[in-house]
Ligand binder design. Structure first.
Ligand SMILES: Cc1ncc(COP(=O)(O)O)c(C=O)c1O
Length: 411
């Protein structure tokens, strides 16, 4: 990977509907993906590029060849260096972050540490990830308080003010916490998290942002975002190894934070200085994914973060335009980079979700999620740098094949 590789990349000339069909995609050479698959589901599980796989393998080699030296002498300095690199990328001080396996671990730590009491309320939107809802259902049950309240956001989502007002209208004087996605999973919508945090703060409500889709797809500048907690996975759009994520905790909440899995904490000598120390050692494991986050950041800073955003959004927009021919109703958001980034979600006629998803894979070699949400069917297409307009065309052709009964406009 050199600067010269990047200079050989011809710039895209088109956008949306006239995306140039024969654009070479040299970026795809950064990944080794199975040749029999059109992979349009980076949003669920993002495959790591080759340089990230190699960097992780090097950490694993060091660990496996001399575990004592690795755990006792190499691990902690490498952990602090990885955290420092990540902190620069997400615009905060390293002291506000801990490295964890994924957004789920981070969200559990928040749920286990947040001081909920009987009578308190937790508020989510109807776009939240199912596992996140389960985490908060359990936390509320354990606290002896009512299940999380769910604010139904407007459909379609047309204005930031509407989203913020609808969400905050569902809050009551008992609401202690709002849990909201930065970019939603099933619906692929960028939510106005900064405005939600500001409105919540005026009401004295804490906000936990669930951010695994946001890293790289959209700017994340934590010190400028007045949130209380931010949970994320680095293995989605940022392409760090599977099993890497972080938890951000605003300084005012750090004293109350503890990991869900308690072990020795920092160093086996229990020399704890601050909240993050408890998260450094959570039992013997393979922390190579955490230590490789910086390699993924280096790659995208080299390729250009803005270049990634504009390329992947153009392709998502192209997918949206092509899939519109199959839709039986309007999309949830208008065609704007304010509302969606590298993932596009489009309505489908009511289908058997599992059957269609399996047939797309088995008969066409296409991995793409078909989604049931709010009693409706949708398709969600993820566009990373290894995806091409030709793959979108193959998807649309496969859907025409599999949905013959659906009235569709000509291509
Ligand atoms: C919005 C959202 N939150 C949380 C998660 C959980 O992420 P992970 O499985 O990496 O912990 C996901 C996973 O897809 C997600 O989409």
């Amino acid at each position: 990977m050199t600067r010269d590789d990047r200079q050989q990349v011809p710039p895209d000339q088109g956008d949306g509907g006239n995306f140039p069909k024969n654009t070479p995609v040299p970026f795809s050479s950064y990944w080794k993906l199975r040749a029999d698959t059109i992979y349009l589901n980076h949003g669920s599980f993002g495959p790591p590029p080759e340089c990230v796989r190699q960097a992780r393998a090097e950490w694993q080699r060091r660990l496996d060849e001399q575990p004592m030296d690795f755990y006792l002498r190499q691990y902690e300095p490498a952990w602090f260096a990885a955290r420092e690199r990540l902190a620069r990328f997400v615009g905060t001080s390293a002291e506000n972050l801990v490295l964890v396996d994924n957004a789920t671990v981070a969200m559990n730590a928040v749920a286990d540490s947040f001081p909920l009491r009987p009578g308190d309320q937790v508020l989510l939107t109807d776009h939240e990830y199912g596992a996140v809802l389960r985490i908060w259902q359990r936390a509320c049950r354990r606290a002896g308080t009512e299940p999380p309240r769910i604010a139904r956001l407007p459909q379609p989502l047309t204005s930031t003010t509407d989203v913020v007002d609808t969400l905050l209208a569902a809050a009551t004087p008992a609401t202690r916490l709002i849990v909201v996605s930065h970019i939603t999973s099933a619906t692929a919508v960028i939510l106005p998290v900064a405005e939600i945090c500001q409105a919540a703060r005026q009401r004295g409500i804490a906000v936990c942002i669930d951010g695994p889709h946001a890293l790289l797809q959209t700017p994340v500048a934590l010190d400028q975002l007045p949130c209380d907690y931010y949970t994320t996975s680095c293995h989605k759009w940022l392409c760090a190894p599977l099993g890497s994520g972080f938890l951000y905790v605003a300084p005012r909440h750090q004293a109350g934070m503890a990991p869900s899995v308690l072990s020795w904490g920092r160093g086996l000598q229990e020399q704890h200085r601050d909240w993050s120390d408890e998260f450094i050692w959570s039992g013997t494991g393979d922390p190579s994914a955490h230590l490789t986050i910086g390699t993924a950041i280096d790659l995208f800073e080299h390729l250009g973060v803005e270049e990634f955003r504009s390329r992947s959004h153009r392709l998502a927009r192209y997918a949206r335009q092509q899939l519109l021919a199959l839709a039986d109703r309007p999309p949830l958001v208008e065609d704007s980079a304010d509302w969606y980034g590298s993932m596009a979600q489009m309505p489908l006629p009511r289908v058997d979700r599992q059957q269609l998803q399996t047939r797309l894979w088995q008969r066409h070699g296409i991995e793409v999620p078909i989604i049931d949400w709010d009693g409706q069917s949708f398709i969600r297409v993820s566009c990373h740098l290894y995806n091409t307009p030709e793959q979108i065309d193959r998807l649309v052709a496969a859907l025409r094949d599999e949905l013959p009964g659906v009235a569709m406009s000509p291509p």
